[in-house]
Design a protein. Structure first.
Length: 365
């Protein structure tokens, strides 16, 4: 059967040129949210025989998008540039060497790519590759109606998830899955402290609640604490008013918790270490409040602690995550959904730290 080749015109029939004006959020230079321009783009082109073109129905906002938009992330790229790591949609064109997905499949995207040749890439650990990047970093990303992506990064959307939900989870949830399940090996019944109330924190809440883990959440926002309790957190601590390490000691009879998820950093970091029980594990993948955090090393060796870091996760961890959603029926926690052209409002909400869960963009124009 006549699958499209890499020639640009081969996929034209799959994309109804008459019914669409190809749109995307593009940046022409780094800066504030005013740099997010909603405008027409060129036709998507299959860049290699292993690529597919996805008609995106939804994308999600990540902190890395803000870093790229504002110029804090210096990944080499040319302008105009389309940001966005997370997306879900329908395959509308397929390169000739792609076999595991086909036209019309609804897919979500594993967001990591690597050099394709090193030992890490050869063993499906692109997130460890020296040339690792996520969509929207070096290559165009998901804030677009159409996107060319490696076919191997496309996975069937777990049954029961909408396009918005399928776009909401990839980067944050695969990173959290690696941290909590692969590295910290959180077991049912172990106690967990989650610091912050954003994307990573709510992913931790969802996954840990499914393990019947007693959860304490520390947030600077009373409304978020109330929502977290409704989703399974046993205790909420407002870290603006209370030293959460002391409060955790008090809540656990001085023992401390088994695992802490802290992607806030800054002043939280030393308190997170102080919240751990002996033999406890601290996991991190971010530092929104400051990366140069103080560490009392004695806490680590006296208390036999382990500290794990992760930048995204493996394809195998992504598969485990898809399976988790399919089997548990759990759905990623979504804060708000904006139309694509309102990406600036979405960025502002995340930058202010207002979101509880993932902020999603919908391509419904
Ligand atoms: N390495 C990776 O692969 C990877 C993947 C995903 C995310 N990350 C990183 O992990 C970190 C968290 O990501 P996220 O998606 O959870 O972000 P997010 O949704 O914006 O959540 C961050 C949360 O941190 C809390 N916070 C405390 N102090 C803050 C401050 N000074 N500025 C902003 N927020 C502050 C806020 O919660 P409260 O208001 O409740 O306190 C906020 O909701 C980021 O650094 C991100 O880049 C890394
Ligand atoms: Zn590589």
């Amino acid at each position: 059967m006549g699958l499209p080749s890499t020639q640009p015109d081969d996929h034209v029939n799959a994309i109804d040129r008459l019914s669409i004006r190809l749109k995307a959020i593009q940046i022409h230079s780094p800066g504030g949210v005013d740099k997010l321009c909603f405008e027409e783009t060129g036709d998507p082109v299959l860049e290699s025989p292993g690529d597919v073109i996805v008609k995106l129905r939804a994308a999600a906002i990540n902190r890395v998008d803000i870093a790229i938009r504002s110029g804090q992330n210096s990944a080499p790229r040319s302008f105009p540039h389309i940001i966005g790591s997370d997306g879900a949609g329908t395959i509308v064109a397929v390169g000739r060497t792609v076999t595991h997905v086909k036209l019309g499949d609804n897919v979500c995207l594993y967001p990591v790519t690597g050099c394709g040749q090193c030992d890490f890439c050869s063993s499906e650990q692109e997130h460890m590759c020296a040339a690792r990047s996520v969509f929207g970093e070096r290559k165009h990303g998901t804030y677009a109606v159409y996107m060319s992506v490696p076919g191997k990064n496309c996975f069937a959307i777990p049954a029961g998830l909408s396009f918005e939900e399928a776009a909401a989870f990839p980067l944050v949830y695969v990173t959290l899955w690696r941290l909590l399940i692969t590295q910290a090996e959180l077991r049912p019944g172990e106690s967990l402290l989650i610091v912050g109330g954003g994307g990573i924190a709510t992913a931790a809440l969802l996954v840990a609640a499914s393990l019947a883990t007693p959860i304490i959440i520390a947030s600077g926002n009373a409304e978020k604490l109330a929502k977290a309790k409704m989703l399974g957190a046993e205790h909420g601590i407002n870290y603006r008013h209370t030293d959460f390490a002391k409060e955790v000691r008090s809540l656990t009879g001085k023992r401390g918790v088994d695992v802490v998820v802290d992607c806030v950093g800054g002043e939280s970091w030393s308190k997170s270490l102080a919240s751990l029980a002996r033999g406890g594990r601290l996991v991190t993948c971010g530092a929104v409040a400051g990366a140069a955090a103080a560490t009392d090393l004695r806490r680590i060796f006296w208390n036999n602690l382990k500290v794990f870091g992760a930048a995204a996760g493996t394809r195998e961890e992504f598969r485990q995550l898809l399976n988790f959603f399919a089997v548990s029926g759990a759905k990623p926690i979504i804060d708000r959904i904006y139309p694509l052209h309102d990406a600036a409002k979405a960025h502002q909400r995340m930058e202010k730290g207002e979101s509880f869960g993932k902020i999603v963009l919908r391509m419904d124009e």
